[in-house]
Design a protein around this ligand. Structure first.
Ligand code: NAD
Ligand code: MG
Length: 383
């Protein structure tokens, strides 16, 4: 029996993780956490009988506590609750399916407590990878990628010598606006940006895919997970999302993982690694697919990707500025406060004003996050 805790259980990755738990009797959920969806959490608690559940706000926790009064489950809240769930003695694996930098502290606490991490929450690695990766090594804790590209790279590294990697080919669908010029992107609406051609995901990552900031975050995620240098990571636009990423070795051989675009595969792989469990679902049919295609990313139309390379090259606290400005800008865009193109503009404006801290501590990362959010809000008020 493998015991798991999930941060962000009501979201896209969280609910798909629970589907996998439902299909595999040797997985057991011991704790769940979510932001504010009390109804969904009540249903999950009744189905999966965790020992502890957490809601972000006190109000939501109080409501949930009343609803679950008939069950032997403890309801916790806030950061304290997230930390308790992340370090619960009964859990072996923590699935980080929470969105944003809020995942930093619980992820670090879980590693310190010796939990394996099934990592979907890429923002945490982007901003605190320099602390998390060495800590995981020191504690002998595995960080298993859930992001489909990183899972594909991880699978393509099976049995290989990591010193023989020549480069990582990180595939990108190009999102809903692939092929559009900057001018054509001026008037796009929130509804357009939320229509991803291949994947159904949470709102934040769907917008990140439309700006290609998601790919920028994934370049940084790959750097930390696989210990490669930036020039060794090449983004390849592959609109069909069948090749989930590739590794080229020093002899020119390329290993890839292919499959239908379905997040359940990488989630399940992370939960059972190194085993592969059967999974229902559509299979790739090469005869109906007929062809798969490749393009170079358009850095002019999608400056979010270019800025990610700049942030990573600057290093230290700059990826935090990149990520925090994006988190803020995406939320402003979703609330109709700014236009689509302003997302990248706001990221760049914050990066231009930032003095890099070379090896930021968690507290410094969170201070930089706050500085960036305030600056971004001010910038928008001035428009
Ligand atoms: P989502 O918005 O669908 O779900 C986010 C979850 O986090 C929800 O359960 C929400 O309640 C919870 N949450 C948010 N703030 C919280 C807080 N303060 N306290 C407790 N819980 C909180 O997001 P998602 O699409 O599932 O993405 C989750 C993470 O996985 C992101 O980092 C994303 O980049 C990454 N990811 C997602 C996909 C995907 O297919 N959805 C693919 C790859 C990577
Ligand atoms: Mg991805």
């Amino acid at each position: 029996m493998k015991k798991i805790a999930i941060l962000g259980s009501t979201g896209s990755i969280g609910t798909q993780t629970l589907e996998i738990v439902g299909a595999n009797p040797d997985l057991q959920v011991v704790a769940l956490a979510a932001n504010s969806s009390v109804e969904k959490m009540e249903a999950q608690a009744r189905t999966f009988s965790p020992m502890v559940v957490g809601m972000w706000t006190e109000e939501a926790a109080k409501d949930l506590r009343e609803r679950l009064a008939d069950l032997p489950v403890r309801v916790v809240c806030g950061m304290e609750g997230l930390l308790e769930i992340a370090t619960l003695p009964q859990a072996e694996v923590l699935v980080t399916a929470i969105v944003g930098m809020i995942g930093i502290k619980p992820t670090i606490a879980a590693i310190q407590a010796g939990k394996a991490i099934a990592l979907a929450n890429k923002e945490t690695l982007v901003t605190a990878g320099h602390l998390i990766i060495p800590l995981a090594k020191e504690r002998g804790v595995s960080i298993l990628p859930v992001d489909s590209e990183h899972s594909a790279i991880f699978q393509s590294l099976n049995g290989e010598n990591p010193d023989r990697i020549s480069k990582i080919l990180l595939t990108a669908s190009g999102g809903p606006f692939r092929g559009k010029t900057r001018q054509e992107l001026e008037e796009v609406r929130v509804e357009d940006a939320l229509k991803h051609p291949n994947w159904s995901m949470g709102k934040k990552i769907t917008i990140d895919s439309a700006t290609m900031v998601n790919k920028g975050l994934e370049v940084m995620e790959a750097k930390w997970l696989f210990g490669v240098d930036l020039p060794q990571i090449q983004v390849v636009v592959h609109p069909q999302s069948i090749i989930h990423s590739m590794v080229e070795y020093v002899d020119g051989a390329i290993m890839a993982q292919l499959g239908m675009p379905d997040m359940k595969l990488p989630i399940q792989y992370a939960l059972f690694y190194p085993d592969r469990r059967p999974m229902m679902g559509k299979r790739v049919d090469f005869f109906s697919l007929k062809q798969i295609t490749f393009e170079e990313p358009d850095l002019e139309a999608f400056p979010g990707l270019r800025l990610a390379y700049r942030a990573m090259e600057a290093g230290g606290s700059m990826p935090t500025v990149y990520n925090a400005a994006n988190e803020r800008a995406v939320s402003l865009f979703l609330n109709g406060r700014i236009r689509y193109l302003q997302i990248a503009e706001l990221i760049e404006a914050a990066m231009d004003r930032h003095q890099v801290i070379v090896h930021p501590s968690v507290e410094e990362i969170l201070m930089v996050q706050q500085w960036t959010e305030e600056l971004t809000d001010k910038e928008v008020l001035q428009c």
